[in-house]
Design a protein around this ligand. Structure first.
Ligand code: WT7
Length: 643
């Protein structure tokens, strides 16, 4: 199929962009043929204490496995994101903050950010935090979240940000896995007029795992209980420290942060990113993909608890001397015009969000958008899941008034930053396609056996060579890192995504091919939801699959077998949903619970998820090969019970 729904690069964009078509093609060749020289040159965009001479030191082979970039270089991430901008931009806004209610806003200039970060860094030091220590951050979308991350980077501590929507159990698991000494939290967050009990959640988590110190930032000034000797009010400690703190020189391969993400099996993995390669990648991609210039107002709507927030709310824009907008609220509060009102209020120039948010806003019709000006906008972006062409066209025509390019950016927590995306000055757009790999990103489509597929085709997406922003390991479990990403197709990184390549060579990501579901652009492992369900005393067994959902992209569909004698009531159904929310967090709440007298299994006892997916999708007439089922009657019962 040739997709000719093309939106060509405009002459103005080709003329003004950092990278036009010729430059893109030349960079692709240079990155492939002379990678050392190419990346050494590009990496000069960072401020190095010791510039690297060893550029790329990588092998994906089992016996010789290593991923190292700029390995003899030294730098500090916080210096690059803050200090180096002070001579020219001390009074430029670094962070603009928009609160939950429209009358709440504020922010920090670069000189203020510097002072705040130094103070926080000195408080952390006074509490005994040292280079290499882990610090858990559980905060709302307020400037203090960026300050906390940068303060860790300044002194060489490794941060682990936990999304404010995760439950106490999820916090506890993450604290335990990385051995955090300290947690930074706030009294409460605010979202859509509701209070989020952050400190209370931390207290509940700390009933299961211990930390030495909890640092509490006052945000709503709620009265929260403080445990003596463990909990400290940041506002008080901050008074007693200097606003000057030197930056710790870090090796390029020293860890910068751990961020937990769901996989197809087991507990969430601690994805480790390091100092030099990660910062380079987010800075370079932020400039190229968004065609960014210092001082432009950039709004990425992601929470800092996800990688998108790390890379394109905090590190990318600040490394590029940007003005980054942090929004604590939600798109439909107090009205469904809020997003566009915020764009007008802060004169946002580049807006980056998830397709799920666009679909939800699209439902409200065009009027809430048209009631606003949006004249400041010059580029739009999407991330997190495939965008359906209908939502793409709405974004283009209604939000962008057919004048703004849209960059559909494909990447993952593991990749650190964008890998596949149009460049606004170089790439013709196609609704629904992430189009082309960035220079240095070598994609392949392979079949299930690893055979390389050429031309226009579909297959599993793999990457045959490293890029600087690649994750380095799974915290505490290098074997799991290798097994998860490098064992399916030896010598190649397996993304977990399926993908189509069209006649023009453009890529169309079709979604996960493993047991991961993408709910509203957030990754959820089916195994995690199943583990939560079977913890419920009435549940004997559970199997979870994704199904197409109009707004969320994918919803969570849970097949549940109850213990003998337990009655399947509506009250129990509600209780199971509540239980999963409490175990993991609201994002994991099942959309459908299907009472299953039994689950379809092979004779060796393996659950046949393929069949469960078909039934969840409503494709009960096309279940495929069922000949290996131990008991075909189980499937008939499930089909009959679909309601
Ligand atoms: C998975 C990664 C990238 C940061 C946010 C999510 C899906 C991401 C796109 C896109 C189609 C996309 C993939 C990927 N995904 N961006 N533009 N088009 N699919 O990060 O939680 O690590 O999830 O999100 O399936 O593997 P994540």
């Amino acid at each position: 199929m040739i997709d000719r729904d093309l939106y060509p690069v405009s002459p103005e964009w080709a003329a003004r962009a950092h990278m036009n078509r010729e430059a893109y093609e030349a960079a692709r060749v240079a990155a492939r043929e002379t990678p050392e020289a190419f990346w050494a040159e590009q990496a000069r965009r960072l401020d190095w204490i010791t510039p690297p001479t060893v550029i790329k030191d990588v092998s994906f082979d089992k016996d010789d496995f290593r991923i190292r970039w700029f390995a003899d270089g030294a730098l500090n991430v916080c210096f690059n994101c803050v200090d180096r901008h002070l001579p020219e931009r001390a009074d430029q806004m670094a962070i603009l903050w928009e609160g939950d209610e429209p009358d709440q806003s504020g922010g920090l200039t670069y000189v203020e950010l510097h002072r705040e970060v130094c103070r926080m860094a000195n408080v952390l030091k006074s509490l005994g935090v040292k280079k290499g220590d882990r610090v858990t951050i559980y905060l709302p979308m307020i400037p203090a979240a960026a300050v906390a991350m940068l303060a860790c980077a300044r002194i060489g501590a490794i941060h682990s940000v936990v999304f404010g929507g995760f439950s106490p159990d999820s916090i506890a698991g993450r604290i335990e896995d990385c051995g955090s000494r300290l947690v930074i939290t706030a009294d409460e967050g605010l979202r859509g007029g509701k209070r989020v009990p952050l400190k209370a959640n931390v207290d509940a988590a700390l009933e299961k795992v211990a930390v030495e110190t909890v640092l509490v930032i006052s945000h709503t000034n709620a009265d929260v209980p403080m445990t003596g000797g463990r909990d400290f009010r940041y506002g008080e400690l901050k008074q007693g420290v200097s606003d000057d703190c030197p930056c710790e020189p870090m090796n390029a391969e020293d860890p910068l942060f751990i961020l937990y993400t769901s996989g197809s099996t087991g507990k969430p993995k601690g994805v480790l990113h390091t100092t030099g390669g990660y910062l380079f990648w987010v800075s370079w991609t932020h400039e190229l993909v968004f065609d960014y210039r210092p001082g432009e107002v950039f709004w990425c709507t992601a929470d800092v608890g996800w990688v998108t927030g790390h890379s394109y709310v905090v590190y990318g824009p600040l490394a590029n001397a940007g003005t980054t907008l942090m929004f604590e609220g939600v798109p439909n509060h107090p009205t469904v015009s809020r997003v566009w009102e915020v764009v007008d209020k802060h004169r946002v120039e580049i807006f980056y969000t998830a397709p799920t948010a666009l679909r939800a806003l699209m439902r409200e019709g065009d009027d809430p958008v048209k009631a606003t000006s949006r004249a400041s906008l010059r580029l739009l972006g999407t991330v997190g899941e495939p965008i359906n062409p209908e939502a793409w066209r709405w974004y283009h025509e209604v939000v962008g008034e057919s004048r703004l390019p849209i960059v559909d950016t494909w990447w993952q927590t593991e990749t650190g930053g964008v890998l596949v995306s149009p460049l606004p000055g170089a790439t013709d757009l196609k609704p629904g396609s992430a189009t082309r790999p960035l220079p240095g990103v070598e994609l392949q489509l392979v079949d299930a056996e690893g055979g390389v597929l050429e031309g226009a085709t579909s297959g599993n997406l793999v990457i045959t060579d490293s890029w600087p922003g690649q994750m380095r390991t799974v915290w505490g479990d290098p074997q799991r890192f290798f097994d998860t990403y490098f064992s399916a197709y030896p010598g190649k990184y397996f993304t977990g995504d399926g993908c189509r390549r069209d006649e023009d060579g453009d890529y169309w990501i079709t979604g996960r091919v493993d047991d991961v579901i993408n709910v509203s652009g957030h990754r959820m492992g089916t195994a995690e939801v199943e583990s939560a369900l079977v913890l419920h005393p009435d549940v004997a067994e559970a199997a979870v699959v994704g199904f197409p959902h109009d707004i969320k992209g994918q919803g969570i569909y849970a097949y549940v077998t109850l213990n003998a004698g337990v009655e399947a009531t509506e009250a129990l159904r509600a209780d199971l949903v509540r239980h999963v929310r409490a175990e993991i967090g609201p994002i994991a709440a099942p959309d459908v619970i299907h009472w299953a007298p039994g689950l379809p299994k092979t004779r060796s006892g393996k659950i046949m998820r393929r069949i469960l997916r078909k039934i969840a999708e409503g494709e009960t007439g096309a279940l495929g090969d069922t000949s290996t089922l131990a008991d075909p009657a189980v499937v008939e019962a499930l089909v009959a019970g679909r309601g």
